[in-house]
Design a protein around this ligand. Structure first.
Ligand code: ATP
Ligand code: MG
Length: 341
């Protein structure tokens, strides 16, 4: 194994009876990389994370974390990893500190070390002020930061984040994303995160694997993925023309290089065109109509365009409406986390 590889998947496969949820997936994640698994509902993201975090066994194929096999050396793997899953697991009636002490004890971390670490982590997520407040009073963003802190208690080298901002409001989403970046930067933690939000993957991830129907359909940096779309010399221009007329729009639509023209409002149009002469042809056509151009913007393709380009379908780019489940003491949530199927 190459020295800078932290996670390695080889033909990793999971079948549920006849249904293949994860279909011979292979890729590497480098040390201290933030790797995104991006795909629609049911693509197989959670199943990959569950296999890598030893919660469920692969039907076929292998994976290693830090060189340890996820099946044969699952105990070693567990010492290296932290997991934040879709489920929120915190005790409302305990304070932030009490919750973290409880979970820390489960990792057998010595008391003094644990207290010190809790202090540092609460500081890192800017929750020190609320360390003695009951978690039940926390906003969803604060709770999610607490969940990440819990996953960091054993100082994992690898952190799995399954939909870390699911169900959070925009403000909390930003907070959690900032925090993820900070952990990666300060602790050099290798991170795999799953998301169906294009902008989240774009902002956070060094590389992105687009996953669809249990398969990786593309894997690269966001910049390179976008080149897949613009590679066919497509151009998207946004023009602001204060004296825009219907005639001008019709004229632009009639240009050979123009694929479509969308009028966004009274003065803005968005033009999809192809060919290296498209830019000049469009500007010439506008000028020939004596139009005044206030601004021209050459738009970059988005990951949304990439997904559409690869799969022919759109991924919804909205926060899920699922309400995160709160678990009280004694709930089987935590035990479930450690169970191997
Ligand atoms: N325990 C299970 N038994 C049967 N089918 C399962 C089980 N777990 C997952 N699946 C199926 O496997 C497929 C992949 O599910 P998975 O939860 O990995 O998708 P996902 O990409 O995480 O989706 P989402 O964005 O909704 O979280 C889905 O069709 C799901 O119904
Ligand atoms: Mg999932």
């Amino acid at each position: 194994m190459e020295n800078d590889v932290m996670i390695e998947l080889k033909n990793l496969t999971k079948k549920f009876n006849d249904f293949t949820a994860v279909d011979h997936i292979s890729f590497d994640v480098k040390k201290s990389e933030v790797f995104g698994l991006l795909g629609p509902n049911g693509a197989g993201k959670t199943t990959i994370i569950r296999m890598l975090s030893t919660l469920t066994r692969p039907t076929e194929g292998t994976a290693t974390i830090g060189g340890y096999d996820i099946v044969k050396q699952d105990n070693k793997v567990r010492q290296l990893i932290g997991l934040v899953s879709e489920k929120m697991i915190m005790y409302d009636r305990l304070t932030a500190k009490e919750n973290l002490r409880f979970f820390g004890k489960l990792y057998n971390i010595p008391k003094n070390t644990l207290n010190e670490r809790i202090g540092e982590l609460l500081e890192l997520v800017q929750l020190t002020k609320w360390k003695d407040s009951k978690v039940g009073t926390f906003s969803t963003g604060m709770r999610q930061r607490m969940n990440v802190v819990r996953a960091l208690l054993n100082m994992p080298k690898v952190l799995f984040l399954d939909e870390p901002t699911l169900g959070l409001d925009p403000q909390s989403t930003v907070e959690v994303r900032e925090f993820i970046k900070k952990i990666n930067k300060e602790n050099k933690t290798t991170i795999i995160l799953t998301t169906h939000m294009m902008n989240e993957a774009d902002r956070l991830c060094d590389r992105i694997g687009i996953i669809d129907n249990g398969q990786i359909t593309a894997l690269d940096t966001s910049t390179n993925l976008k080149k897949l779309v613009s590679g066919d010399d497509a151009t998207v221009l946004k023009l602001e023309i204060p004296n825009l007329t219907k005639k001008m729009v019709t004229k632009m639509e009639s240009l050979d290089c123009v694929k479509s023209v969308a009028q966004e409002n009274a003065s803005h149009i968005k033009i999809h065109a192809t060919g290296d002469k498209a830019f000049d042809a469009i500007i010439d056509a506008v000028r020939a109509e004596n139009a005044k151009i206030n601004s021209i913007e050459k738009l970059q393709p988005t990951l949304e365009d990439v997904f559409l380009h690869i799969t022919g379908r759109e991924v919804r780019d909205k926060a899920d409406t699922k309400i995160p489940v709160k678990h009280g003491p004694g709930h089987r949530g935590f035990r479930q986390r450690r169970r191997v199927r």
